[in-house]
Ligand binder design. Structure first.
Ligand SMILES: [Zn+2]
Length: 71
């Protein structure tokens, strides 16, 4: 039987404590999960480092959000 997680979702792995921070972490992680789109060719971009993204399709590197490209 699956354990029912509360609104904290993926942050449940940290166990008890850190309540507010976990909520914010979940908000970030949910955005990371969605596809990040290359602004040049609409291909899939991958985060290389903080704010640096590289497109898998056209190979362009560009600056973007730290954890995700779009809100
Ligand atoms: Zn591209």
């Amino acid at each position: 039987m699956a354990v029912k997680l509360k609104k904290i979702g993926a942050a449940g792995r940290f166990g008890a404590g850190y309540g507010k921070i976990k909520e914010r972490l979940v908000a970030v992680e949910e955005k990371q999960r969605i596809r990040q789109e290359c602004p040049f060719c609409k291909g899939r971009a991958k985060r290389k480092a903080k704010g640096i993204w590289e497109c898998n399709k056209c190979g362009k590197k560009f600056a973007g959000g730290t954890f995700y490209l779009k809100d």
